[in-house]
Write a protein that binds this ligand. Structure first.
Ligand SMILES: Cc1ncc(COP(=O)(O)O)c(C=O)c1O
Length: 378
């Protein structure tokens, strides 16, 4: 392995070096073949070497690798149209960005612009990113890594799923409520339809914007286009990233007509967001999800994990679709290490007992059998 002398030493390293990948499999330099149930932090939605995605990115690279948002391009218009249609027609404008954190920054910015208020309500356990505003609404960031001298606005947190806390916690000074419908880093913890509906009702009552952070659960991972569809609750804005580009860095802010109406020329900006290669990747991801019926596959195979994988250290399940939490009877880190010894890559989470699975949407029944066998073997 090449020494990593010049990479900032901020990421703990897995003891594997990947040199090639195809489908749901990672091939390492020392000849191992590892089943990837982590998908590069929820990014590799189509897995590796997907022909349609690879072709789309290569063709766009050859045709025109970049032009800014000031230059109209068909591929950008097609990606926006496709994403808006995929999201069910509730969102009429899309602002493309580069990452999940950037999508959240801009969603919060729009909420402040629309309401002229000073406070944001977030949810305990939430992770929204590492930039100033996204970090300010991330649970525990102030103690762990935030580092900025102060938050850019007031933030308060609601306990997860606590419907009783909603009315008192969200007053008329609140610009926005930001929530992951299914928390990712927080441990594949789903907020449930009732809590989300209570947030919607309270936001309507006080005139606050409801933002669903679907950076991790969005673009099909829940088995539905967005978790908003799964829970039947319509936010004012959705932020998304990760699976959206299948590895090409990109994110998006989806806005309902009232939010769109508050936009003004040059009110939001970015250099790389909405670049043609990102847009080609986004288009290819949505095309593949639809052509290969991958939402149905996510629903079916995640159901199979629930029904067949309560074995070995696993005592329960939480989350939704392919943001799946295996609740363990021992530290998830130990289970993760034991799985990796058996050539299966999984992730941990903020909950020390929850192992997180974020596999590609193409995962099939045989691979669930391999997971079950490995768990049983522990
Ligand atoms: C729910 C959620 N929001 C926001 C982010 C930040 O996304 P990014 O790392 O692309 O800035 C993440 C990243 O893990 C996330 O899981």
């Amino acid at each position: 392995m090449i020494p990593v002398d010049h990479l900032a030493p901020v990421f703990a390293q897995y003891p594997i070096e990947v040199v090639h990948a195809e489908g749901v499999w990672l091939h390492t330099r020392d000849g191992r073949c590892i089943l990837d149930l982590y998908g590069g932090h929820a990014v590799a939605a189509l897995g590796y070497g997907h022909p349609g995605w690879t072709r789309a990115v290569a063709q766009q690279a050859a045709a025109c690798n970049f032009q800014s948002n000031a230059v109209p391009m068909d591929v950008r218009a097609r990606a926006a149209n496709k994403l808006a249609r995929f999201a069910g027609g509730h969102f009429d404008s899309i602002f493309f960005v580069n990452s999940g954190a950037e999508a959240n920054e801009n969603a919060l910015r729009m909420a402040f612009r629309m309401t002229r208020r000073t406070r944001v309500v977030a949810v305990e356990g939430a992770f929204h990113g590492r930039t100033a505003a996204a970090g300010a609404v991330t649970w525990g960031a102030d103690k762990k890594w935030y580092e900025f001298p102060r938050a850019p606005f007031d933030v308060t947190f609601l306990p997860r799923r606590d419907i009783g806390a909603v009315e008192g916690g969200i007053g008329e000074d609140v610009a926005a409520v930001i929530v992951e419908p299914v928390q990712g880093v927080g441990g594949a913890f789903d907020m449930g339809a009732e809590f989300l509906a209570a947030l919607r009702a309270r936001c309507d009552a006080v005139g606050a914007q409801l933002i669903f952070d679907e950076v991790q659960i969005g673009v099909g991972r829940s088995g539905h286009p967005f978790a908003a569809d799964l829970y039947g609750v319509r936010p004012d804005m959705i932020t998304t990233a990760k699976a959206l580009g299948n590895g090409f860095p990109c994110g998006a802010l989806l806005m309902t007509p009232a939010v769109t109406a508050a936009l003004k020329l040059e009110g939001l900006g970015t250099t790389f967001g909405g670049g043609p290669m990102a847009c080609a990747a986004i288009e290819a991801v949505i095309d593949a999800i639809e052509a290969e019926d991958l939402l149905a596959n996510v629903r079916r195979v995640s159901g199979l994990i629930r029904t067949t994988c309560t074995v070995g250290p696993v005592v329960g399940h939480q989350g939704a679709g392919f943001l799946h939490g295996l609740i363990c009877d021992r530290p998830a880190k130990e289970v993760q290490a034991a799985l990796l010894e058996r050539d299966i890559l999984a992730g941990t989470s903020g909950d020390p007992r929850v192992l997180r699975l974020l596999p590609p949407y193409t995962l099939g029944e045989p691979e669930v059998g391999l997971l079950r066998a490995a768990l049983e073997d522990m």
